[in-house]
Design a protein around this ligand. Structure first.
Ligand code: HEC
Ligand code: HEC
Length: 393
């Protein structure tokens, strides 16, 4: 017993000194940003994807929130050439653009030039808990050694890599189908806006503004976007009950002989409602998208494989799938029920593919849909700490 206690003490000690060391290397003596501790919701995984060189701070998050919502991130000021993350990632749609967007009709996004994005959107929900790669393909991941991109005119050096949320920022700025700008123009624009130098100083210690700091601040903000207060969360925490139909839908969701959704979308002991892994879920028989998961693995078996998105807040994020082919949840459920296409590439976890799907009755379909609505988190889409700062135009 005594030796166990000692060991425990030792572990605590090592953890403590390790923490301290971290702080010393991150914050020098003359500079104290306020460390921000992510509150891990009950039952959530404890592994966070926060790069060692970008610790979260209150000041960094605040700056990131401004930049996320500042259309001048495009490097331009004319009203029709403003674009930032918020142009497409809209809070009321769980940070997708939504199917009723007056600009992106039907939920199909395009850049300032009018060039369409290669895929439909993904939401920004609980991304800090994902260490398995971002984008539909998973191209942005910690093991990606590709640097820069000659076609964007971006130098092949840090921070122009494809490894984490930080990378998405320079990609969004330079991509022809998004902001279609240049890093130089964006950095100069942000430098010229009076409020920013002080905010950079508060976040990073000096007034210097560069793409590395812009990316880090926005990534910090994105990592705070945590959704954990849906009706289903309240049910798990014992704060409310599910209706009979909601519960029946949940049972279908997690039963192999019911909906059989949970292997890929979690839900049973996995409150993220995604494994953040990549599967071919049987929507097609011919695969010619260069940006599916095979782009990352270079394995032809991964043709037609995409990230299984989280089903949290799924009612806010239509249209569905990487190509937005389904406009409603009913269409999605009908697909899984009777329109699954068997192909050599289909995931083995699509257990009912040989029958064309899970073959639900009309009542079961309703119950499954009713359960999915319990994943809507009204707090998340109205939380003012995630919304546009009121003093930003
Ligand atoms: C023109 C619309 C548009 C703009 C502007 C935009 N995005 Fe996106 N974003 C998308 C689309 C579309 C996807 C899905 C792309 C894919 O995976 O092929 C996406 C995906 C993402 C993802 C991956 C999510 C996941 O679960 O893997 C992140 C992170 C992200 N965007 C962050 C940002 C940030 C930060 C900005 C601002 C610097 C930004 N986006 C600007 C359209 C946009
Ligand atoms: C073999 C793994 C797998 C299983 C099982 C599975 N899915 Fe999926 N799901 C995926 C993948 C992969 C995608 C994205 C496919 C794409 O876009 O090409 C997806 C997409 C979705 C989407 C659209 C998400 C969005 O943001 O666009 C919904 C909704 C969905 N699935 C619900 C379900 C339900 C309900 C079940 C059970 C009836 C289920 N899934 C079973 C892997 C799976």
């Amino acid at each position: 017993m005594k030796s166990k206690l000692l060991l425990f003490g030792l572990i605590l000690f090592i953890a403590f000194t390790a923490c301290n060391k971290d702080k010393v290397s991150t914050y020098n003596a003359s500079f104290h940003a306020t460390p921000y501790q992510i509150k891990i919701p009950k039952y959530f995984p404890t592994l966070l994807n926060i790069p060692a060189d970008n610790p979260m701070t209150v000041e960094g998050i605040r700056l990131g929130r401004y930049l996320f919502y500042d259309g001048r991130l495009s490097g331009r000021t004319e009203p029709d050439s403003l674009m930032s993350c918020c142009t497409c990632h809209i809070q009321s749609n769980a940070f997708e653009c939504g199917i009723n967007n007056s600009h992106f009709i039907g939920g199909a996004t395009f850049g300032l030039t009018g060039i369409p994005t290669p895929h439909h959107m993904l939401p920004m929900i609980n991304l800090v808990f994902n260490s398995n790669g971002y984008l539909w393909s998973g191209f942005i991941n910690k093991n990606n050694t590709v640097l820069g991109n000659a076609s964007y005119g971006v130098p092949a050096q840090q921070p122009y890599n494809y490894t984490n949320i930080e990378s998405v920022v320079w990609m969004a700025i330079t991509a022809p189908h998004e902001i279609n700008g240049t890093i130089e123009k964006t950095v100069n624009m942000i430098k010229s806006i009076p409020m920013y130098p002080t905010m950079f100083k508060a976040a990073f210690g000096t007034e210097e503004i560069n793409i590395d700091r812009i990316s880090k601040a926005i990534a910090q903000f994105v990592r705070t976007l945590i959704s954990s207060n849906s009706k289903f969360d309240k049910y798990l925490r014992g704060e409310t009950n599910l209706t009979t139909d909601e519960f029946a839908g949940y049972v279908l969701f997690v039963s192999e002989n019911g909906g059989d959704c949970f292997h890929c979308h979690g839900g049973s002991g996995n409150p993220l409602f995604t494994t953040n892994l990549f599967y071919n879920n049987g929507m097609d028989s011919i695969f010619n998208d260069p940006r599916d998961h095979s782009q990352v693995t270079h394995n032809i078996k991964d043709k037609g494989s995409y990230k299984a998105p989280t089903l949290r807040n799924i009612m806010y994020t239509a249209p569905y799938m990487h190509d937005g082919r389904f406009k409603t949840i009913d269409e999605v459920i009908n697909f899984y029920s009777e329109a699954v296409i068997f192909s050599p590439n289909i995931s083995v976890l699509m257990h009912h593919a040989i029958n064309g799907g899970i073959q639900l009755t009309t009542i079961q379909k309703q119950q499954l849909k009713t359960f999915l609505t319990t994943l809507s988190d009204t707090n998340f889409i109205s939380d003012t700490t995630f919304s546009k700062p009121s003093n930003l135009k």
